[in-house]
Design a protein around this ligand. Structure first.
Ligand code: FES
Length: 282
């Protein structure tokens, strides 16, 4: 569980390559892990953004959004996680489908990449749409380009590619091509907007949901989502689901459940460091 490589992809976003042969041996696109920094640390679910079975490594991409992710992003080569649980979740099925459009918003590029790579290698035509607020926040553009027949980029401010949103490009592609499946991964509002377009055109759409998780093994119920009117656990039934059946309104509400505590812990960490956070937790 030792970090053997680290690089910075964008402001507050780092990529870690971690030696963990047992997990790398079984990892498949769509899987994730739960990591802990030490025996008092929060359990953090992280998508397996890539894996190498021969080298026994997995790749994790982490954006600093709170105390725990700030601490992880401070780790460096040679540091070790206390534990890594995985691979978890239901893998995304890799088949010869035809033409697939992958859409990633921001950090969504991390869970999209292994799916796009496997679909490309399986002989599908892959068109990838990558978006971010501005150019310097785009991640994995080169990696996605290498595994796509076409890569389209959008930025909110127009600093690179189309000025606007990934949904503008998705609509454009769907009107130009016969598309068999769309995979949309990113902020909830983005995935919901993509599904609104694909529903109109009746195109199968898979999303990857980032529900609040605790154990990651189906025991706590924290990651419950409603799909097609049925309760599902994101950690064992997902995180990939039929986007046209997801209750995004409920997902948004549940994602906000601990936001006050998360904000307070991050603020205490920024003001007082790790000890500030631990005092708050007592
Ligand atoms: S994280 Fe606990 S049930 Fe899914």
């Amino acid at each position: 569980m030792e970090i053997i490589a680290k690089d910075t992809l964008a402001q507050r976003i780092v990529r870690l390559v971690v030696k963990t042969p047992a997990i790398a041996a079984k990892a498949r696109p769509g899987h994730f892990v739960v990591v802990r920094l030490d025996d008092r640390a929060e359990r953090i679910p992280l998508t397996i953004a890539d894996f190498n079975r021969e080298k026994g490594t997995i790749t994790l991409i982490i954006q600093e959004v709170g105390k725990s992710t700030a601490l992880i992003n401070k780790m460096t080569v040679g540091d070790r996680f206390a534990d890594i649980l995985g691979p978890l979740g239901t893998p995304y099925p890799i088949e010869k489908i035809g033409t697939v459009v992958g859409v990633a918003g921001g950090l969504g590029a991390a869970p999209l990449y292994p799916k796009v790579k496997a679909l490309y290698e399986a002989g599908n035509k892959v068109i990838t749409i990558l978006g971010a607020q501005r150019q310097e926040l785009l991640i994995l553009a080169d990696e996605l380009k290498a595994m796509s027949h076409q890569l389209l980029i959008s930025t909110d401010d127009g600093s690179l590619g189309h000025k606007g949103f990934v949904t503008d490009l998705l609509r454009q592609v769907l009107h130009q091509e016969k598309v068999d499946e769309v995979i949309a991964i990113g902020p909830v509002v983005m995935m919901e907007a993509c599904c609104k377009i694909t529903r109109e055109l009746n195109v199968k759409t898979v999303v990857s949901l980032n529900a609040v998780m605790v154990d990651g093994t189906g025991m706590c119920g924290g990651c419950r989502v409603t799909v097609g009117g049925t309760s599902k656990f994101c950690c064992v039934d997902g995180p990939s689901f039929d986007g046209l059946a997801v209750d995004f309104t409920e997902l948004r509400q549940r994602q906000r459940y601990y936001s006050a505590q998360e904000k307070a812990a991050y603020q205490a960490y920024q003001e007082h460091g790790t000890e500030g956070c631990r005092c708050l937790a007592k």
